[in-house]
Design a protein around this ligand. Structure first.
Ligand code: TMP
Length: 215
């Protein structure tokens, strides 16, 4: 196993409309106030190549890709992200916060699109080895609340938002299963609460799990 890197890697996961991006930025600001160097990034994306792949994934018809192809595209973008951005930043002592990471592939392409667990596990191990987030915050929200929030905030919808209520229910359950299976890495946060309450829960979790002493 590789030696631990000096920085910490935190991921935000969850369904649509859970407020991950807002909370990722708020956490970064809180961590910066303690004197840490913090990078906020996202998946799919985070590098020029990853952002180009993102366009292929979020635009077009819901059935545009075979689920395995789709998982390969996510992992191709992720490989670029980890090798060119995340690991170098962690090695330099920065903390990295990613809006989504590999759990999203397990939830969306696995539970959502029906790709089998064995293929997902093999792909992950081939692309990432044993590289894992230090902490994963799963923002959990009833599917219909997430959709209402998205509709209120923007008129256009992404490919994944068009995949139907059943799809989104399945991936919500899978995120909660992941949290149950990996309780040391994952913390579930009730994202239906106010933004301030969600932020406070996140600050408490990060303090407890990663030993941050808040400024
Ligand atoms: P975002 O809207 O949260 O920025 O993410 C873009 C979409 O990509 C979102 O609908 C979830 C989806 N996605 C997957 O299906 N699999 C993945 O591995 C990742 C990272 C995202």
């Amino acid at each position: 196993m590789a030696a631990p890197l000096p920085g910490k890697f935190i991921t935000f996961e969850g369904g649509e409309g859970a407020g991950k991006s807002t909370q990722a930025r708020a956490l970064a600001d809180d961590l910066r106030r303690t004197g840490l160097d913090v990078v906020v990034t996202r998946e799919p994306g985070g590098t020029p190549g990853g952002e180009a792949i993102r366009t292929l994934l979020v635009e077009g018809d819901a059935g545009r890709w075979d689920p395995f192809t789709e998982a390969l595209l996510h992992f191709a973008a992720r490989r670029e992200h980890v090798v060119r951005l995340i690991q170098p930043k962690l090695a330099a002592g920065s903390w990295v916060i990613s809006d989504r990471f590999a759990d999203s592939t397990v939830a969306y392409q696995g539970a959502g699109q029906g790709l089998d667990d064995a293929s997902l596990t093999k792909l992950r191990s081939l692309v990432l080895g044993d590289f894992m987030p230090d902490l994963t915050l799963i923002l959990d929200l009833p599917t219909e609340v997430g959709f209402r929030r998205i509709k209120a905030s923007r008129p256009d919808s992404s490919r994944y938002e068009r995949m139907g209520a059943d799809f989104h229910e399945r991936l919500r359950r899978r995120f909660l299963d992941i949290a149950r299976q990996e309780p040391r890495r994952c913390v579930v946060v009730d994202a239906a609460a106010t933004a301030e309450a969600v932020q406070a829960a996140i600050v408490a979790a990060v303090g407890q799990q990663l030993g941050v002493r808040w400024a």
